[in-house]
Design a protein around this ligand. Structure first.
Ligand SMILES: Nc1ncnc2c1ncn2[C@@H]1O[C@H](COP(=O)(O)OP(=O)(O)OP(=O)(O)O)[C@@H](O)[C@H]1O
Ligand SMILES: [Mg+2]
Length: 232
């Protein structure tokens, strides 16, 4: 049986570095040979693709209406059609695929895109080693449970009081969702002023630190996978 991917969601106050850390984490997993990785951009103002250097042509939000209202091509049922469109929305790159959830439905709900994503994920032939979900600022995704229950929640924070308070609120909501204390971690970012350009190049401090973080996550994921095997 293929192994389930280890899912990591990144959350936190606006501008704390969720997208930056997500992209560095994805790059680290790729460098460590932990491929393929699925990058999920769950921010309606999608920009994870830019951080990863790929283009997005379509989001799950944009295909939502169409997949359910349009005439389905002959010889295809709606399920096949949705799967086919999902594949088109999936950006394939070296070591990772990326899917952008796009804008929510009219009433601000991500249910459709999320259900679709979960269904299509299950259908995907390739099994991912890691899924990294970059969420929008705030707690929308967590409070609505739209990112499901990740294996690990990384709350990205800067040293500001508001950001630190956000950690506590996110932890509270995540705990209500059933995440255990060992699944919720804080990533402190931008603890030095970034007024001057900060190097996030190849050996820049942020990249080196996130690589170290990726190794720790890999250890945890391996332990979890081993436990799952024992349970079978
Ligand atoms: N460790 C870092 N070193 C240097 N620059 C950083 C670092 N972390 C974030 N930045 C910069 O700070 C800005 C905001 O980062 P980023 O977009 O990753 O935050 P975000 O939490 O995803 O924001 P949003 O809430 O708008 O989605 C970007 O210009 C990014 O390049
Ligand atoms: Mg972002």
């Amino acid at each position: 049986m293929p192994e389930r991917p280890f899912t990591i969601a990144l959350s936190g106050k606006g501008g704390t570095g969720k997208t930056t850390v997500s992209s560095l984490l994805i790059r680290s997993f790729i460098d460590m040979g932990q491929t393929p990785v699925l990058a999920v951009d769950a921010d309606p103002n999608a920009n994870l693709h830019e951080a990863l250097g790929v283009r997005v042509h379509e989001t799950l939000g944009s295909m939502r209406e169409e997949a359910f209202t349009r005439h389905i091509p002959p010889g295809m049922n709606r399920h096949d059609y949705v799967r086919f469109r999902f594949r088109q929305a999936l950006v394939e790159a070296e070591g990772f695929d990326l899917v952008a959830m796009g804008r929510p439905e009219g009433n601000g709900c991500y249910c459709f895109a999320n259900d679709l994503l979960s269904e299509c994920m299950l259908q995907l032939e390739r099994d991912y080693r890691f899924v990294v979900i970059d969420t929008e600022a705030g707690m929308e995704h967590i409070s609505r449970g739209t990112i499901g229950k990740p294996d690990m929640l990384l709350v990205v924070s800067d040293p500001g009081a508001r950001s630190l308070r956000t950690i506590l609120r996110i932890r509270e909501i995540a705990t209500q969702l059933g995440l255990g204390p060992k699944q919720i971690h804080v990533v402190f970012n931008r603890y030095k002023s970034v007024a001057a350009p900060v190097d996030i190049g190849n050996e820049g401090p942020a990249r080196v630190i996130v690589r170290d973080l990726a190794e720790k996550i890999l250890n945890l994921a391996d332990k979890q996978r081993a436990n799952q095997k024992d349970d079978c």
